[in-house]
Write a protein that binds this ligand. Structure first.
Ligand code: FEO
Length: 180
């Protein structure tokens, strides 16, 4: 049995976060299934993929608590919310879930800092970075959705152009660079 190297308060906070990550996975699962049956296979794949990420987050926290000599408590997960009304609603709700989750991570960081538990503080930094990436990713999807659906001439073309630019080389080949 390992020596306990984490406070009861942080052990509880991390256990709660573990359950929250499991809930996030359920939300993605339910929205992914909704998108699939409503004819959006691409968005559905994206959401199924994210469901797996959330499960990995849950497992990462479980391992950390156990490694620090704490104990994990697997709790019931509440049901995901109602299906979204449409894709825009779906994306906005996902962003809101991610922002709420980031705020919960911040609370763990604050508590670890207050307790001077630098191991947990350092562990939680991974989640801080992950949340930055996730919020950025979802914001990017929302931007693309807006570009593709806004009324007005040429927006679908703009969307396609944006997709092309993402894959475009950063340097143009000019004649003098080419082998003669
Ligand atoms: Fe694990 Fe998207 O938060």
């Amino acid at each position: 049995m390992k020596t306990k190297r984490i406070s009861d308060a942080l052990e509880k906070a991390l256990n709660d976060q573990m359950t929250r990550e499991a809930f996030q996975a359920q939300v993605y699962l339910s929205y992914a299934s909704w998108a699939e049956v409503n004819g959006f296979p691409g968005i559905s794949e994206f959401l199924y993929g994210h469901m797996n990420e959330e499960r990995e987050h849950m497992f990462k926290i479980l391992k950390y608590i156990n490694d620090r000599g704490g104990s994990t408590k697997i709790e019931a997960i509440k049901a995901p919310p109602e299906n979204p009304k449409n894709i825009e609603d779906c994306l906005k709700k996902i962003l809101k879930h991610e922002i709420d989750n980031s705020e919960q991570i911040d609370k763990i960081v604050n508590l670890a800092h207050k307790e001077k538990d630098w191991a947990t503080f350092s562990f939680a930094q991974w989640f801080v970075q992950e949340q930055i990436e996730e919020e950025t990713l979802i914001n990017g999807v929302i931007d693309k959705y807006s570009l593709a659906t806004k009324k007005g001439e040429g927006n679908l073309n703009l969307y396609e152009m944006d997709k092309d630019l993402a894959k475009a080389p950063q340097e143009a080949v000019i004649p003098r660079d080419e082998e003669i």
